[in-house]
Write a protein that binds this ligand. Structure first.
Ligand code: NAI
Length: 342
């Protein structure tokens, strides 16, 4: 049975005070795309982690200054900078967790799928280097469209003979973070207590918050369920429109990605009470990749949590059936991408 304690534990980790950080473990983390809108604040948050001893920042440009800047923070990890493809391999040596926010973000009017052509190639190149240099690492894919870039990464790893489905993750934590925030606001709950599982994928209607599975237990009217579901599904677009051409969510995304990194590091460090929603290879239904709550352990995904998907309301069941064809198409688009390569 799921314990509630992990939820508050995860929050407390994210809410640590900004004083002296006492080293607690010595993991090595690499960020690929570290000079970008997500990469920079994500690097800062990871620099705050007591579980990290080395932080490698890789980008094709502008990463030297980011690393110099961050390296002045008096927290335990050592920051190193790697610029351009000739330094990519070195940035990955001995790394335990690789986070990939490299690629272009959306502009108003774009869907995540519109980013496919550019980001698919970026993810392919970067994951090839991960396969060659740190095949054992947990791989966190942020680059959109996540519904397709994760299957691409899986195919690359398979071609390289190093695919471990337990260690490849599409980062959907932001959907959970948003759901928690919006539900807490609507229901006047203490934010630290709220946990909403979000399943499916990470684009439009494939994002399915299971509001009736919210902890602590809350009741919603049908109108509230509809309003919250649509807001969570469109929250990314809310930010894209507010930024009006200057990009998509970066700060909330960095916060969410840092939480997922911290959870992964705690799992690697032997904590047996770590659960996160993420987009992974799955056998919970007929889709080969599916976001659900998973239990994380030293070797990655230890178990897929199926209980959230039991006893769905009619609304949730319909939404689940409705998202399947779209998610399936995005997965197939990702899987077939490598076959179309020259
Ligand atoms: P950005 O344009 O600010 O930064 C992207 C960075 O990637 C830049 O520094 C760029 O130099 C770098 N880059 C480009 N090609 C590269 C390569 N081949 N190797 C290494 N680095 C490379 O974009 P932003 O806002 O940071 O977004 C990054 C990605 O994250 C986008 O694809 C966006 O759609 C996605 N995203 C995902 C979310 C999620 O929930 N999973 C939420 C928000 C954004």
């Amino acid at each position: 049975a799921l314990k509630h304690s992990y939820i508050t534990k995860a929050r407390k980790h994210n809410l640590r005070s900004y004083g002296y950080v006492q080293p607690q473990a010595s993991y090595k983390v690499a960020i690929l795309g570290a000079a970008g809108g997500i990469g920079q604040p994500l690097a800062l948050l990871i620099k705050m982690s007591p579980l990290v001893s080395e932080l490698n920042l890789y980008d094709i440009a502008n990463v030297k200054g980011v690393a110099a800047d961050l390296s002045h923070c008096n927290t335990p990890s050592k920051v190193s900078e790697f610029t351009g493809t000739s330094e990519l391999a070195d940035s990955l040596k001995g790394v335990n967790v690789v986070v990939i926010p490299a690629g272009v973000p959306r502009k108003p009017g774009m869907t995540r799928d519109d980013l496919f052509n550019i980001n698919a190639n970026i993810v392919k190149t970067l994951v090839e280097a991960v396969a060659d240099n740190c095949p054992d690492a947990f791989i966190h894919i942020i680059s959109n469209p996540v519904n397709s870039t994760v299957p691409i990464a899986a195919e690359v790893l398979k071609q390289k003979g190093v695919y471990d489905p337990k260690k490849l993750f599409g980062v959907t934590t932001l959907d959970v973070v948003r759901a928690n925030t919006f539900v807490a606001q609507m229901k006047n709950l203490k934010l630290i207590d709220v946990d909403v599982p979000v399943v499916g994928g990470h684009a439009g209607i494939t994002i399915l918050p299971l509001l009736t599975k919210t902890k602590p237990s809350v009741t919603f009217t049908d109108e509230e369920v509809q309003e919250l579901t649509v807001r969570i599904q469109n929250a990314g677009t809310e930010v894209v429109e507010a930024k009006a051409g200057a990009g998509s969510a970066t700060l909330s995304m960095a916060y969410a990605a840092a939480r997922f990194v911290e959870s992964s590091l705690r799992a690697l460090d032997g904590d047996s009470d770590v659960y996160e929603c993420c987009y992974v290879q799955s056998d919970l239904n007929d889709l080969p990749f599916f976001a659900s709550r998973v239990k994380l352990g030293k070797n990655g995904v230890e178990a897929l949590i199926s209980s959230d998907l039991q006893g769905l309301t009619e609304y949730e069941q319909k939404a689940l059936e409705a998202l399947k064809p779209e998610l399936k198409a995005s997965i197939e688009k990702g899987l077939s991408f490598l076959q179309k390569q020259p």
